[in-house]
Write a protein that binds this ligand. Structure first.
Ligand SMILES: Cc1cc2nc3c(=O)[nH]c(=O)nc-3n(C[C@H](O)[C@H](O)[C@H](O)COP(=O)(O)OP(=O)(O)OC[C@H]3O[C@@H](n4cnc5c(N)ncnc54)[C@H](O)[C@@H]3O)c2cc1C
Length: 322
């Protein structure tokens, strides 16, 4: 079993940023545990090929506080950038290792994957994101149509099909743009106007306004199986049949997972201080898992603040670790 000064759970932008900043500060014995077989799994899984990765996500301009940076670029360039950070800073990542428990023994935390303890660590950083748990609608999705309803992108995007996209954020807008021209695209959003979409995506939607049918101010009441499709029943009584439905409703904080570890919640978010430290001493939460609406720059900045705190408050203690 490894003894680490810092164990990081999750190799997304937040986990990688914290590892790079720790290494740059000269802290040794750190490792990342990642459940997938590659780094930035959320981005690989949910971003369509060639997707623009916006620096000012959802129109929110955050100043870069830390070491890592990027400007708006493609998904592929962004992954290359993160790969280079991992290589340059020789970040150790244990892939295919899903962490599901923490157990305190003396001054260490045991890091558990199932019943197996993979490491003991003095400091733990939880950077698991929220996208393992996509938000789902409150109505039931009948078994017969589950293969036509998606909460993430399938391996192959549909072509020449009648598609309903549900959501009013950037993910919904980008998917509508990607599928427009290839499919008959409908975009349903419960509000009468978009307010969470950034300017660039609004411009892209405007360019395609003849290819996308906007169903603004519509709310879905239920889904029913239909021959070769899904019948969508809207609250106003209107019904329509689609071949496939894509929900782009964002992710939600994995509360059970965190509470099982002993993390306390306040107002539906983990109760952390300004540096990300939780009620469990030396256990930090950074990136998407710690906030209502995250972004890559937020992930980088929260990593920087946590590392600064670790160095100021706990660094001296690393030397006395047995
Ligand atoms: C479709 C889409 C488009 C987006 N576009 C943009 C954009 O243009 N610009 C922008 O700034 N942001 C964008 N975002 C948001 C951005 O992707 C997130 O804010 C960012 O990825 C958060 O980084 P993170 O490291 O906190 O979490 P994640 O990127 O979700 O990384 C978490 C990592 O932890 C791993 N993990 C999860 N659970 C465990 C476990 N139990 N054990 C071990 N490993 C685990 C996951 O496999 C993953 O690799 C977008 C999001 C989506 C879904």
């Amino acid at each position: 079993m490894k003894t680490l000064s810092v164990a990081i759970i999750g190799a997304g932008p937040a986990g990688i940023a914290v590892a790079v900043e720790l290494k740059a500060a000269g802290i040794k014995n750190i490792a990342i545990f990642e459940k997938a077989s590659n780094f930035c799994h959320t981005i690989r899984r949910l971003y369509p090929e060639g997707k623009r990765v916006d620096r000012d996500y959802k129109g929110i301009k955050l100043t870069q506080e830390g070491f890592l940076f990027f400007e708006t670029e493609t998904k592929e360039k962004f992954l290359e950038r993160m790969g280079k950070y991992i290589k340059d800073y020789q970040i150790e990542i244990f892939y295919n290792t899903e962490i599901n428990g923490l157990e305190r023994t003396g001054q260490y935390y045991n890091i558990k994957a199932g019943t197996h303890t993979v490491a003991q660590a003095y400091i733990v950083i939880i950077a698991t994101g929220v996208f393992d748990r996509p938000k789902k609608p409150s109505y039931a999705i009948p078994e017969e149509i589950k293969s036509r309803v998606f909460f993430e992108l399938p391996k192959e995007l549909p072509e020449r099909e009648k598609i309903l996209i549900v959501g009013g954020g950037n993910t919904a807008a980008e998917l509508a743009c990607i599928l427009s021209g290839k499919c008959d695209v409908y975009l349903s959003y419960r509000r009468k106007g978009f307010f969470r979409i950034n300017e660039e995506n609004l411009r892209e939607l405007e360019k395609r306004k003849d290819q996308i049918t906007f169903l603004l101010g519509t709310e879905i009441k239920a889904l029913e199986p239909e021959k070769e499709g899904v019948r969508v029943i809207f609250h106003d009584g209107h019904t329509e049949v689609f071949s496939k439905i894509f929900y782009c409703l964002g992710g939600s904080t994995p509360r059970n997972f965190l509470e099982k570890m002993g993390i306390k919640f306040k107002d539906s978010l983990p109760d952390i201080d300004e540096f990300g430290e939780s009620n469990l001493e030396r256990v930090f939460l950074i990136g998407d898992v710690a906030v209502k609406r995250g972004s890559i720059i937020y992930a980088f900045n929260s990593a920087h603040r946590a590392v600064k705190r670790i160095i100021d408050k706990y660094h001296i203690l690393f030397n006395s670790l047995s």
